[in-house]
Design a protein around this ligand. Sequence first.
Ligand SMILES: [Zn+2]
Ligand SMILES: [Zn+2]
Ligand SMILES: [Zn+2]
Length: 353
Amino acid sequence: MKLFHCSNCDNPLYFENTRCLACNSEVGFHTRHLAIITLRRTDDNEIFLSDDFPEEKLRFCSNQQTVGCNWLVNAGNGDGFCVSCKLNKTIPNLSEPDNITRWQHLEAAKKRLIYSLMKLKLPFRGDTRSQDRGLQFEFLSSDLAGRPVMTGHLDGLITINIEEADEIQRHLTRIRMKESYRTVLGHFRHETGHYYWNRLVRDFGILSSFRALFGNEEANYTDAIEKYYREGPSPGWKESFISEYACAHPWEDWAETFAHYLHVTDSLETAWSFGLQLTAEKSDQAGETTGDPYEEKDFRKMIAVWLPLSIAMNNMNRSMGHNDFYSFYLSARSLEKLSFVHQLCRQWKSQFS
Ligand SMILES: [Zn+2]
Ligand SMILES: [Zn+2]
Ligand SMILES: [Zn+2]
């Protein structure tokens, strides 16, 4: 994620800011320019102008009041929802007071995901010509659904159990599942990965190269998942898979790899944005700068920066008594899979943007 600056006072602005903490100007996220911009209210209290784009009249997304959405829409925008909020098919039951906080937590993570997808120029809107409904989100709780809610996906419809937004609940699940990493953002990135398998692999007709790396996805999915939960990952899995769960089925391997690709890319953009550049003695390409990772063609250059950076960040976290920043081992095989995702994203970008 980029670091932004207030155009009024030059103070740094974060992606989640609604005001500049130095000069108190209102700020919002401009979805076409992918930037947090400083705003000026007009006589109409809901319409804003910005010195960055003086010809545009803007207003906050209709979800600003309910969930604090800081994304902007054109003042003439029909229903007033931003590109991210438009993707919500089902929102949490707001008569339950705790659900507002949960929803805020979910939206903050979802917006980071949508930002990455827009930077990568990956498709996420529906297309009636191809019967593709695009990405949609439903945030459900077990009490409202009247049944246990599983976080999962179905042809682009991403279901998130809103209990995942509760810190304690998620921590307990992480311990029970013996996971080293479990975040709401990770869920969004993983589940979205399933949708992009349809778009980038299946629809591109590249199943044979996919299978050469990830295995045959025609293997019975239900049986494979049951076997994984019964027997766990196979010994030596670290040399072939990025996480334990990636062992469950080729689709899960892809979704985990896609999620990690977004972890790496977003983190590298943050490092680049702060001017963080590290060297590690053992890497011949270490210290080589990638600049903007969303524009980088060569995945090896991204990884040459990522490896020393993630080691340094792990040690920074340990210095503070926190868990590791990135607790995954990237084997040669996992790097090949990540590179495959990178190539497909580049290919999409060059063909369709
Ligand atoms: Zn300011
Ligand atoms: Zn919104
Ligand atoms: Zn999955």
